[in-house]
Design a protein around this ligand. Sequence first.
Ligand code: SAM
Length: 283
Amino acid sequence: MTSTPGRNGSRDAQLPTVIDPNVPSIARAYDATLGGKDNYEVDREVARQLREVTPEVTTLAWDNRDFLIRATRFIVGTAGIDQIVDVGSGLPTVENTHDVALRLNGDTCVVYVDIDPIVIAHGRALVEDHESVHCVQGDLTEPQAVLADPAVAGRLEWHRPMALYQVGTLHHVADERDPEAMMRAYIDALPSGSQVVLSHFFNPGDEDPEAAAVAERLEHAFLHSPMGTGRFRTREEIAAYFDGLELLDPGLETLAYWWPEGPPPENLDPARRLMIGGIGRKP
Ligand code: SAM
């Protein structure tokens, strides 16, 4: 069912406002893993611990970022969608969603949502010259509040298809918060013809025991880091986030194999087999 975003979701008064350089943040640790500069020693220490488990974690992070870039080219350039809400957008880096989108269609409206105040501060500075790009603080685990935010509810045209991104986000939501129900709330609100772009940490289990062993070690490192989040879920669990959507070719795929540029990489390191993603279209 398509509905207008809920207006009854109250803005979460608990959103963090302080940037604490002594506590690692997901956005800053990810930035450190990508080799960015917007991070502190505590974040770099988390990145180092993850690299100790497997140095290929850096390439995996880039596989995710490259997936986001290729998916955006598809969404704007091929599917012709000109409005994007990028949930858990992360710190600005080399190629951001709006950079790719605006290059293909200068009228694209992009709304970035993230909980981390450092993302919002850097993001707002970066997008202030772009009238159609907005950056709002929100907690993705509260879909009704995110959807009711004036930038999300008001800047996007809810009678036309849009793209919703959950790229590298839901694995930071604990099982007990019911990420599947959260996704259902987002998908319910989307107009028909909209597309969902999603990637997630993956534990392949018996399908790929070598990679599954690395997934377990990485999950342990994530969950025991001061961030305390990073679930590697099964194919079935991740597929459930696309419930009610038609998965586009090639389906839920290892990120490096999701429409790679050129021939697919051979002999992919086990760590690079630990994120899958895809695009689903709402009928
Ligand atoms: N989507 C970007 C990408 O794939 O390159 C960034 C992914 S980064 C691994 C995860 C992002 O989700 C971080 O910027 C983090 O601040 C954000 N995040 C984590 N929990 C969140 C929450 N509850 N609400 C909003 N954003 C959240």
